[in-house]
Design a protein around this ligand. Structure first.
Ligand code: SF4
Length: 352
């Protein structure tokens, strides 16, 4: 069987992408800009941004001399703005430390702001045909599947194995074409979901395909258990509606309207202190779980019926009696909205 790289190169010659704007040049600056833009963004989105960017900043010194605001303006809509700030900073470093010429030594390239080993390898191989391995997301997917490498690629031991493999697969000749080929294979055939294995040039020795386990690779990031917190929310209901409080600006649901949290008070104590009245009935509802990015929150809702709204609680900037058939007083936290909708369903909303 011919080598992995020869099969990829043959496939690339017949099917690879060769007409992208940054492929029409061997200018390290343009290849660098394109690689940074492509880090978190799809090719089709990048093309017009790339063209505008290099038209406005045609050289490293033009970029280094530009105002940061202007650079960010050209990035506007691409997201991940640290990329633009790093490009600008790196252009200034190149101007000061390398006489305005993009370095050709991999260590010098990796020392620039915003350029890791894979991006440095991609720039030098694509622009200068240097034999440098790369290991971006597409390449990780191809290699973990082809060689059935288990484990999450973010783990040091797995990353090390993948770099070794990437290094051993990179051919001494046509490094630029090979780099483009393996990136293209990952982007167009060996895709995250439904890879087109039947058209893949390396299917014959792809271990994941042979074991019918392609979807097991790359290994997923182990899930961290999120902490679970608890709170009790009171749905204080009177003839005048439901009692809502505006949350403080700092903290979760900042500035949104919410049902009050009981904290460590008793229901009786809360009714007395907040509403100057007593509860006539209470009813516990089912727990409601709300997920934040860093923790889950179990909410215990308790419906509390009170006789009359208080004279002491007037509608104001931070508290209100919300009548269920009125429009909401403002933004309402998502789980609170769920509870209010549940209350609406269980009530005759026309008789607040
Ligand atoms: S055979 Fe399928 S899973 Fe294996 S490298 Fe090719 S596209 Fe990826």
């Amino acid at each position: 069987m011919i080598s992995f790289s020869d099969r990829l190169l043959e496939w690339f010659d017949a099917h690879g992408r060769k007409d992208l704007p940054w492929q029409q040049t061997k200018d390290t600056y343009r290849v660098w800009v394109s690689e940074i833009m492509l880090q978190q963004t799809q090719v089709q989105t990048v093309i017009p941004y790339f063209e505008r960017f290099v038209e406005s900043f045609p050289t490293i010194s033009a970029l280094a001399g530009a105002e940061m605001d202007n650079v960010l303006h050209h990035w506007s809509g691409l997201g991940y703005y640290a990329r633009a700030r790093n490009l600008h900073r790196a252009a200034r470093v190149i101007t000061m430390d390398h006489g305005g010429v993009f370095p050709t030594n991999i260590d010098d390239v990796m020392a620039l702001p915003g350029i890791g080993q894979s991006t440095a390898g991609a720039i030098l191989s694509l622009a200068l045909d240097q034999r440098q391995p790369i290991l971006d997301g597409n390449v990780k997917r191809v290699l973990t599947r082809h060689d059935a490498i288990r484990g999450w690629p973010g783990k040091t031991a797995v990353t090390k194995k993948l770099w070794e493999l990437a290094e051993s697969r990179t051919p001494p000749r046509r490094a630029s074409a090979y780099t483009q080929a393996i990136m293209d294979l990952g982007a167009t055939l060996c895709t995250r979901s439904s890879p087109a294995c039947d058209r893949c040039p390396v299917i014959d020795d792809c271990k994941a395909f042979a074991a019918n386990s392609v979807s097991d690779y790359p290994g997923r990031k182990p899930k961290k258990e999120k902490p679970l917190r608890h709170t009790t929310m009171l749905i204080a209901r009177s003839h005048d509606g439901v009692y809502l409080e505006r949350r403080p600006e700092a903290g979760i649901w900042g500035g949104l309207w919410s049902l009050p949290e009981l904290g460590d008070r008793s229901i009786e104590g809360w009714c007395r202190d907040k509403l100057n009245t007593a509860a006539t009935a209470t009813e516990s509802w089912h727990l409601l779980r709300h997920s934040f990015s860093h923790y889950d929150l179990d909410i215990q809702p308790i419906l509390v019926r009170v006789d009359s709204p208080l004279s002491t609680v007037a509608d104001c900037d931070t508290t209100t009696w919300y009548r269920l058939d009125d429009p909401p007083p403002g933004g309402i936290a998502a789980p609170v909205k769920k509870l209010i909708d549940q209350l609406k369903k269980s009530s005759n909303v026309t008789h607040n």
